[in-house]
Design a protein around this ligand. Structure first.
Ligand code: NAP
Length: 282
């Protein structure tokens, strides 16, 4: 079997006309404030990808770039200013932050209605409660939209989510459960990972360890969604899945790059548009 490739680029491209239409209908062009501290090359690359997509769909970006030694107070004050600036629909802080800055303090400084990465406790609580006004973490939203685009039903399916971080694995597991899937969450203490994942109809992996998931972890015909991103010493980007081997077993698989990454950017900008709509209508 050679798996269908679940292209995040194609799935995202298909959504662009609708997003552009929604943005045109808004009374003003939304602005996304991106706060960056320091000069990590991976953060700069992620921000560049967000700027490129924003330009494509007609969202303004206000990139606020601080030196690595900026004080936490200064970052929090800047977020406070963005919270009260009318044209700014959404605010994200590019993670990770340097060690002298407390991520929780900074994230919680974002007004929940502008928290388009869906990371504040307020949005997390809403996500857990399944409230419609929850702003979903962008990667989880992106994975859900990828499944929708490729008509992957989750209802009644056995889904194994590998990785349980608060930012990525756990929100994905919550959304899968809310879609009616029977979800098992695996992590670093899972005793026999292959035993757990090989029972699943859908395996979603968000760990950050290249080749963690091999063909023996995957049931024949299962769907495999690889969220992981690791940059190897030779500069190449890899997911968590042994792609050449697993694509021979799976019925569908996401590539890395070009799978979940583009969908995360889509999820973010869908959050920006939703936030704009809510802010304009309140
Ligand atoms: P994280 O906070 O480091 O969490 C990693 C998770 O993997 C933890 O829950 C950990 O378990 C689990 N884990 C570690 N080793 C394991 C093993 N051997 N077997 C099973 N589980 C194991 O990372 P994250 O922020 O969730 O990100 C995960 C990956 O997704 C990274 O590669 C990141 O770059 C990528 N990512 C991609 C996108 C995208 O758009 N494609 C977006 C966000 C993140 P414990 O909880 O037990 O420690």
């Amino acid at each position: 079997m050679s798996a269908t490739i679940l292209s995040g680029i194609d799935a995202r491209t298909a959504r662009i006309p609708l997003l552009v239409e929604q943005i045109k209908k808004l009374s003003r062009t939304p602005t996304l404030a991106i706060i960056q501290v320091g000069d990590r090359s991976d953060s700069t690359a992620y921000i560049r990808a967000k700027k490129t997509f924003a330009q494509k769909i007609g969202v303004h970006i206000n990139h606020i770039h601080f030196p690595v030694d900026v004080s936490q107070d200064k970052v929090v004050r800047t977020i406070g200013e963005c919270n009260t600036t009318d044209g700014i629909a959404g605010i994200i802080v590019q993670l990770p932050l340097p060690e002298h800055i407390d991520r929780t303090v900074v994230i919680e400084a974002i007004a929940p209605e502008k928290d388009v990465d869906g990371l504040t406790q307020t949005n997390y609580r809403k996500l857990l409660n399944g409230e419609a006004s929850a702003i979903l973490p962008a990667t989880a939203r992106g994975v859900r939209e990828l499944c929708t685009h490729y008509l992957i039903p989750l209802k009644g399916k056995k889904v194994a989510v590998v990785g349980r971080s608060l930012l990525v694995g756990t929100p994905i597991a919550i959304l899968c459960k809310q879609s009616g899937a029977d979800v098992i969450v695996c992590h670093s203490k899972t005793v026999d990972l292959a035993h757990e994942t090989s029972k699943a109809d859908v395996v979603i992996v968000a760990v950050g360890k290249p080749n963690l998931i091999t063909a023996e972890h995957v049931k024949v015909g299962a769907i495999v969604i690889d969220v992981g991103i690791s940059k190897l010493d030779d500069g190449t980007i890899h997911g968590d899945v042994d792609y050449p081997a697993v694509r021979e077993v799976a019925s569908a698989i996401t590539p890395v790059p070009g799978g979940v990454g583009p969908m995360t950017v889509l999820g973010l900008f869908e959050n920006v548009v939703d936030a704009s709509v809510r802010q304009v209508s309140t």
